[in-house]
Design a protein. Structure first.
Length: 216
């Protein structure tokens, strides 16, 4: 009975924000939106964490979509919403991925921050370090750091062949040929795909020749 009374009370906290918007129409929603700390909400909602987390995710998507066509909109509360949602329910991997993608519109460093948070709960999920690597390469133009994160992703189960391939590519661009060869070799000795073995063997031999030329 207590739980049934508690949930409407908690949800009322969030819906009261909408009511506040209607009362104070002279102020834009961006200036008065309130996002509670996820750690407090998590304790309060007990067995209803998934429901409340889904509500927070919905709010984040509505918030993002409502301002998508506004030029240079700051999205001040976007990280707070995804941070709260993933704190209440940290086992929803797609919530981390969704938040990381949308946060690139505001600040890619916040995307990285959210993905690193996700790694604490999903340490064997290759997509999180892979996406961090993509952000470093595509947005921050830092192939050396991109290589490190693609390298980490290549050591996790379930990753596709392009992950070690890109790790090697970025290591090569950074002039780290030995690291590039190591990543390719690790995949070469573990894959059972004969076609991929042949492809990676050629890439390894090509890099070994390049390394010898550089060392000369």
């Amino acid at each position: 009975m207590k739980k049934l009374i508690l949930i409407p009370a908690i949800l009322g906290i969030f819906f009261s924000v909408d009511e506040f918007y209607r009362i104070r129409r002279e102020k834009p929603p961006e200036s008065i939106l309130y996002v509670p700390k996820g750690k407090y909400v998590k304790v309060m909602v007990m067995n209803f964490r998934e429901i409340v987390a889904d509500y927070l995710l919905a709010r984040a998507l509505v918030y993002f979509g409502a301002h998508f066509y506004e030029k240079a909109f700051p999205y001040k509360w976007l990280y707070n919403l995804f941070d709260a949602a993933t704190t209440v329910d940290p086992f929803n991997r797609e919530a981390f991925m969704m938040g990381a993608r949308l946060l690139t519109v505001r600040d890619v460093h916040l995307s990285i921050k959210l993905l690193k948070k996700g790694m604490k709960y999903h340490s064997n999920y290759w997509k999180f370090p892979e996406m961090v690597g993509f952000i470093y390469f595509f947005y921050l133009k830092d192939p050396a750091k991109a290589a490190i994160w693609y390298d980490k992703a290549s050591r996790l189960p379930g990753h596709p062949p392009y992950v070690p391939s890109l790790a090697s590519k970025f290591y090569t661009e950074a002039g780290k040929y030995r690291a590039a060869i190591r990543v390719l070799y690790n995949f070469y000795i573990t894959t059972k795909d004969k076609r991929l073995k042949a492809i990676f063997k050629k890439d390894i031999e090509r890099l070994q020749k390049r390394l010898m030329e550089v060392e000369r």
